[in-house]
Design a protein around this ligand. Structure first.
Ligand code: NAP
Length: 438
């Protein structure tokens, strides 16, 4: 019997559990840990609440979670409640699937002003992540600036623009829905330090901006390269750029029907956040792109801003006793191997890129490596005690484990509390989640 501990119950964690199960069959016992009492990581707290079909993938993870040799162990923070060396003593393989939950810092003067948020915090707020539920952003200013031209920037701009009606069927948490209902935002500027050919936005997500009740996307056609130059782009990016061309052609009369303007500001690199105890503006330098890189032109301008959300990527969170690559913001690893018996997978391995599905081959690859290491003797003899030994340790420490069956009770309580038409109303603090188990 091989005992495997997977730390993190998001897509990378559950795809790895599925893959280990397939590789070892009945010969493996898999414990999937999470610091929250609820599973699924980014599916619950990262994927936009109005993208319910994407969240449907959790049904696949549930099948894995309910299988005989897989167990969910919620409410345990690895590195605090139990250390990595302790887990390595108990399990043959420990796999870090902890994602990249920390915002990449903007590192600019004024970035500590109130109402300047990273996307982990802002997205966590509207998705009910217990760490960010109290964020209470001030939406009373007329202009919001979203930094970055990736899919997270699109999520944030779209959520800021939607009407209450457009959130029907979503699981946006009540506190965010109420605050967004009072928003005075009329202009959302999406700031990109490079040009239309360098955006990271994918076509399906970009196309949604043209279908909003109250907002319309504005692109200045002077920012677009000659159409002939699109031929060199890979097909997905070419589609996105075609959408931008469509936005640039939207007639003024159509824009006039929508009270919120979503403006793409290309070739615009943030330089400083301006304000005296209160955010007032963002200072930006105009750039030009040469051989794919942005170069400042020295032209500086200011955009008045009441809210800034930085959607510039994420970093993993270090765990004591695990080598960390500070520059890359992820665990130091060689194709997923950190040291004998310790692995990482998904964003914790490769950084925050790709889609949810990208984590599946990653999970299968790491399961192969565990199987190879078991066969070649790297993992040592199969004599570790795994689950029962962990449970003894947890009891001794007074840790309150949350099982998958417990999670189903929390889920039922969230479903019972749902607004009309919504799938659930999430608990946004750990105390309420635990109370639902009483
Ligand atoms: P991303 O795709 O890597 O985009 C980050 C953006 O931030 C880029 O435009 C980048 O510009 C910009 N940026 C980075 N550092 C900057 C700085 N210092 N100043 C100004 N701009 C800066 O990251 P993301 O949007 O956080 O998305 C993360 C991953 O999740 C991606 O794989 C994404 O596709 C995925 N995701 C998918 C969905 C979906 O499929 N619906 C939704 C959300 C997220 P440069 O290119 O110039 O560096």
């Amino acid at each position: 019997m091989r005992h495997v501990a997977i730390i993190g119950s998001g897509p990378a964690g559950y795809y790895t559990a599925e893959a280990v199960q397939k590789a070892f069959g009945e010969e493996a016992r898999i414990d999937v840990f999470d610091c929250l009492p609820v599973p699924y990581g980014l599916i619950r707290t990262g994927v936009a609440p109005d993208h319910q079909s994407i969240k449907g993938v959790s049904r696949r993870y549930e099948q894995t979670a309910l299988s005989e040799n897989v167990r969910f162990v919620g409410n345990i923070t690895v590195g605090k409640d139990v250390t990595i060396p302790e887990l390595q003593d108990l399990y043959d393989a420990v796999v870090l699937a902890t994602g990249a939950p920390v915002d990449r810092p903007l590192d600019l003067p004024g970035d500590d002003l109130p109402n300047v948020f990273g996307s982990a915090a802002f997205v966590g707020w509207y998705n009910g992540h217990p760490q960010f539920a109290d964020l209470a952003p001030d939406l009373s200013g007329k202009t919001a600036v979203v930094i970055g031209m990736g899919n997270v920037a699109l999520d944030v701009a779209r959520i800021l623009s939607k009407s209450r009606r457009e959130f029907e069927g979503s699981d946006i948490v009540g506190h965010a829905l109420d605050l967004l209902g009072q928003s005075r935002i009329e202009r959302i500027v999406i700031l990109g330090r490079r040009g239309p050919h360098q955006i990271m936005m994918t076509p399906k997500e970009l196309g949604e901006l043209a279908k909003l009740d109250r907002a319309s996307p504005h692109v200045d056609k002077r920012d677009l390269p000659d159409e002939g130059e699109d031929a060199i782009l890979e097909p997905g990016l070419r589609k996105s750029v075609t959408l931008l061309r469509g936005f640039a052609a939207i007639p003024e009369a159509i824009h006039a029907e929508k009270p919120i303007e979503i403006e793409f500001d290309f070739f615009a690199s943030p330089k400083a956040l301006i304000g005296n105890g209160r955010l007032e503006a963002i200072e930006v330098e105009r750039t030009e792109v040469r051989t794919g890189r942005a170069h400042g032109t020295g032209e500086i301008y200011r955009i008045p801003a009441g809210l800034v959300v930085c959607c510039i990527g994420y970093r993993s969170s270090p765990i004591p006793d695990v080598p960390f690559d500070e520059r890359q913001g992820r665990f130091a690893n060689d194709e997923g191997r950190i040291m004998p018996g310790l692995y990482c997978v998904g964003w914790a391995r490769r950084g925050p890129s790709g889609t949810i599905g990208t984590n599946r081959p990653d999970g299968f690859d790491i399961a192969d490596k565990i199987a190879q290491d078991a066969a070649s003797g790297v993992l040592g003899p199969a004599n570790k005690h795994g689950r029962p030994a962990f449970d003894t340790l947890a009891r001794e420490r007074g840790l309150k484990l949350v099982t998958f069956r417990d999670w189903k009770k929390i889920e039922e309580a969230e479903e019972r509390a749902a607004r009309d038409g919504a799938p659930r109303e999430k608990f946004v603090d750990i105390g309420s989640m635990m109370k639902a188990l009483d």
